[in-house]
Design a protein around this ligand. Structure first.
Ligand SMILES: Nc1ncnc2c1ncn2[C@@H]1O[C@H](COP(=O)(O)OP(=O)(O)OP(=O)(O)O)[C@@H](O)[C@H]1O
Length: 344
């Protein structure tokens, strides 16, 4: 399938002006393209501008400058009536689920279909289909308060998909859930993408969410995109300090703080962290370290994760030997992977 842009932001800025206060530039010169079929993640800390960005995509907010194009339609200056047609192509799920407490699971999922004027029999068929897909058909007559967080988000997903949108916007959709439930919901979102062909824009502050579900990622920092690319590229070769810190939260492959002090005390030799990825040959280099350089090594810290079907992470090594010999080994390692010195 040839790539087709489904969501495009072109030099988009958003400035909030509140009387009596200094203007706030929430977004500044954003360029972004989400292709049809992507799971695209936007990651950033609180206040980076993530919610504002997502609200521009369904025109709940208007840009200050620049253009937003959804499925080929420039929505920047569209009137309410034509916007409604664009919004029909966009489903949304939320951190706090936003379910109607007075309605059952069935009633919540049926709600957008009623508004769209579907006949009753079609609504019943469609809701049953959706609840089966998300795995909570047996809860159809329960009320939201009787459900767990994960079940509520399944209802949220079923409701968002009711009218068969092309795009799903997920704004911190797992932030209120525990890690196990988060993993289940992310697996469901992945099925929404692969089985139903829905393009997903995920907003998150958790790199683990990006790793689990996304193909592409943009890192948002103070209203600007500081880095974007495939998840594999961004994880394996982060360029910006903010990105590096996000990647570190997932990999935890470099000792820090008390861990680092403990390691330093026990391991007085030179400490380096070597990147590990599929196909890297650091094992071969290390296994010859003693014979070729007279250098011994100890693995003192490490973390390796799966990423897009590949192994990826880092190993921290203590290298024990004469300085020039250790230098020669490090140089040899650098020929096959990135190596960072570890200093306290
Ligand atoms: N309606 C508004 N009026 C004024 N300022 C706003 C408004 N909405 C957002 N902002 C400001 O814009 C900036 C970006 O906010 P936004 O909510 O988009 O960030 P975020 O990355 O989603 O953060 P969080 O994860 O905390 O929601 C913040 O400085 C915020 O205070």
């Amino acid at each position: 399938m040839t790539a087709r842009p489904l969501i495009e932001l072109r030099d988009v800025s958003k400035v909030f002006r509140t009387s009596g206060r200094d203007p706030v530039t929430a977004l500044d010169g954003i360029d972004l393209t989400v292709e049809a079929g992507d799971v695209f993640a936007i990651i950033g800390h609180s206040g980076a501008g993530k919610s504002t960005l997502v609200r521009l995509v369904n025109a709940l907010e208007r840009v200050t400058s620049g253009r937003v194009i959804v499925d080929g339609t420039d929505i920047t200056a569209l009137g309410e009536r034509r916007l409604r047609a664009v919004r029909r192509e966009i489903g949304m799920i939320f951190q706090q689920f936003n379910l109607l407490r007075s309605r059952t699971v069935f009633g919540n999922v049926a709600y957008p279909l009623k508004i769209a004027g579907w006949p009753k029999a079609d609504i019943e068929r469609r809701v049953a289909e959706l609840l089966t897909f998300v795995g909570i058909l047996d809860k159809a007559w329960h009320y939201p308060d009787q459900l767990s967080g994960g079940q509520k988000q399944r209802v949220g997903i079923a409701r968002a998909l009711a009218t068969d949108p092309k795009i799903l916007l997920a704004d911190e959709s797992t932030s209120a859930l525990d890690p196990e439930t988060t993993a289940e919901v992310l697996r469901l979102l992945k099925r929404v993408n692969t089985e139903l062909g829905v393009t997903i824009l995920v907003i998150t502050h958790e790199m683990e969410v990006v790793r689990e579900i996304a193909d592409r990622v943009a890192v948002l920092d103070s209203g600007r995109i500081v880095e974007q690319g495939t998840v594999l590229d961004v994880f394996t070769d982060p360029q910006h300090e903010t990105t590096r810190r996000f990647v570190e939260t997932v990999l935890r492959d470099q000792p820090r703080g008390a861990n680092l002090e403990r390691i330093r005390t026990r391991h007085p030799g030179r400490l380096v962290t070597a990147r590990v990825r599929d196909g890297s040959t650091i094992g071969a280099v290390l296994s010859g370290a003693q014979a070729r350089h007279g250098v011994r090594f100890e693995i003192v810290y490490g973390g390796i994760k799966e990423l897009g079907g590949q192994s990826f992470g880092g190993l921290t090594l203590e290298l024990i030997g004469e300085d020039p010999d250790v230098d020669a080994l490090v140089a040899e390692l650098r020929e096959v992977t990135e190596v960072q010195e570890v200093t306290v």
